[in-house]
Design a protein around this ligand. Structure first.
Ligand SMILES: Nc1ncnc2c1ncn2[C@@H]1O[C@H](COP(=O)(O)OP(=O)(O)OP(=O)(O)O)[C@@H](O)[C@H]1O
Ligand SMILES: [Mg+2]
Length: 434
């Protein structure tokens, strides 16, 4: 019988997991403190350890380290209801086998244990530890923990990453995380909004241009790829680049060389490329608007950010985070009430985290306590459907919100439906604080 150590301080959960595993034929030793856990590990090695993270004065990470000291091949499965990108990172660095967000289905746990058993002969070497800054990404839902796992796994590689997600879901934040957790973290991170640069200028912006290459080029111009040499370039709104430029980009990704406009020779540069888009690139490929070969090239690693409405458990965390932040910034002491949190959780958030952030900012400035009434007022102020329309500007804003909600926050689609340029829509959204 396979021996297994379970560390969980919640007696009910401990009992449930223990029973489920025993039914599967495991011999489970269950303890509820880190002290007992480490004692057991001193007595004898366990091939598999399952541990909660936040237990007592010590954590599951200490259990992980003790288990690995005893037996580097030990498969440690961590579980927590309060996962952050840092804890996942720490767990990954400590050689954890898997990381499961609570609450989970028992099948998820059993699946992890089965895989742990299978993978016992296939362990990663231990990575060195390092002090980590406090988390800059909020959200402990299973969906976000999956994102953290992907970020931590892909960050140290030089792989090209494409980040997809609706507007305001945190694509740029994730891109910065990938950079921060990579070996390039001390080097430059340069973000380029491909939608904001005229297509005719994109090439010289990214690849550079020689003096006299075109009218107005009165001196050599260093492109972004060269300026960011040894660092990371973040190409935002990659779905907006024209097909001719898609070909240039593909060539660059294959050859890692730039040829500034008007230059006769190519130069080698070493940059990692991260792209983001709120468009459905696969569909653009199907519609012939995006090069399939470029899509495959970018597609190596895909991180898809879930919209906020699909991870409502994270809404209270985010709301609390932003209430604290803006209380500090505006020197206020606005309290967040349960009823307010419930209203937040019931809303659909077409503008995702960014919209939540703006609503909280407004509430911190304008109200004394964030309760149901205050939240509904703030949301109504943003969504004028419930008010009689007064001015043309109101009607316009109302229409923009409706269309954005209908397109799930996809600005390009919304602009198309509204019959305006993307840039115009951006300007309007900025004015609307959306
Ligand atoms: N998980 C998160 N935790 C904390 N802040 C977040 C999170 N996700 C997003 N944010 C914040 O929300 C705002 C929008 O995020 P970001 O700019 O990364 O979105 P985006 O996906 O790039 O949106 P767009 O497509 O509109 O450019 C930022 O202020 C960011 O810090
Ligand atoms: Mg962005």
């Amino acid at each position: 019988m396979q021996k297994l150590l379970l560390v969980e301080d919640d007696p009910a959960l401990q009992f449930t997991i223990k029973t489920a595993l025993e039914v599967q034929g495991y011999a489970v030793d269950a303890v509820s403190t880190t002290g007992e856990a480490i004692e057991r590990l001193d007595d004898g090695a366990y091939p598999i350890v399952i541990t909660d993270i936040y237990i007592d004065e010590r954590t599951g990470i200490d259990v992980l380290n003790a288990a690995k000291r005893r037996d580097p091949r030990c498969a440690v499965i961590l579980m927590t209801g309060r996962g952050t990108v840092e804890t996942v990172m720490e767990a990954t660095r400590g050689g954890a086998f898997d990381y499961i967000a609570k609450p989970f289905e028992l099948d998820t746990m059993l699946g992890a244990v089965t895989r742990a058993e299978a993978a016992r002969n296939d362990n990663e070497p231990e990575a060195e530890e390092e002090d980590l800054p406090e988390s800059s990404m909020i959200g402990s839902s299973a969906a976000m923990v999956e994102v953290y796992k992907k970020v931590t796994r892909v960050a140290p590689t030089d792989a090209t990453v494409v980040i997809e997600g609706e507007t305001g879901t945190g694509k740029e934040l994730v891109a910065r995380m990938v950079h921060r957790f990579s070996q390039r973290s001390k080097q430059a991170f340069v973000a380029v909004d491909c939608a904001a640069i005229a297509p005719s200028l994109l090439e010289s912006e990214l690849f550079g241009a020689m003096r006299g290459a075109f009218t107005g080029a009165d001196r050599d111009r260093v492109g972004v790829f060269e300026a960011a040499n040894r660092g990371t370039v973040f190409l935002d709104e990659i779905g907006e680049i024209e097909k001719s430029f898609q070909a240039n980009l593909l060539r660059f990704l294959q050859e890692r060389e730039i040829r500034p406009v008007g230059a006769s020779r190519a130069k080698e540069v070493d940059v990692r490329v991260i792209c983001a888009t709120n468009r459905d690139l696969q569909r653009m490929v199907d519609d012939g608007k995006f090069r399939e070969d470029l899509w495959y090239r970018l597609n190596t690693v895909r991180i898809v950010l879930p919209p906020l409405r699909e991870r409502r458990d994270d809404i209270p965390l985010l709301a609390r985070f932003y209430v604290n932040k803006y209380n500090g910034r505006y020197n206020r002491e606005v309290r967040l009430m349960d009823s307010g949190v419930r209203e937040f959780q019931n809303f659909t958030w077409p503008g995702n985290v960014r919209q939540l952030q703006h609503v909280v900012e407004r509430l911190v400035i304008l109200s004394d306590r964030i309760d149901s009434e205050a939240v509904l007022d703030a949301l109504t102020a943003m969504d004028s459907r419930e008010k009689p329309v007064e001015t043309l500007a109101d009607a316009e804003e109302d229409q923009i919100r409706k269309v954005l909600a209908a397109t799930g926050g996809n600005k390009s689609k919304a602009a198309q439906i509204l019959g305006i340029e993307r840039k115009t829509l951006y300007r309007k959204l900025e004015r609307m604080k959306l």
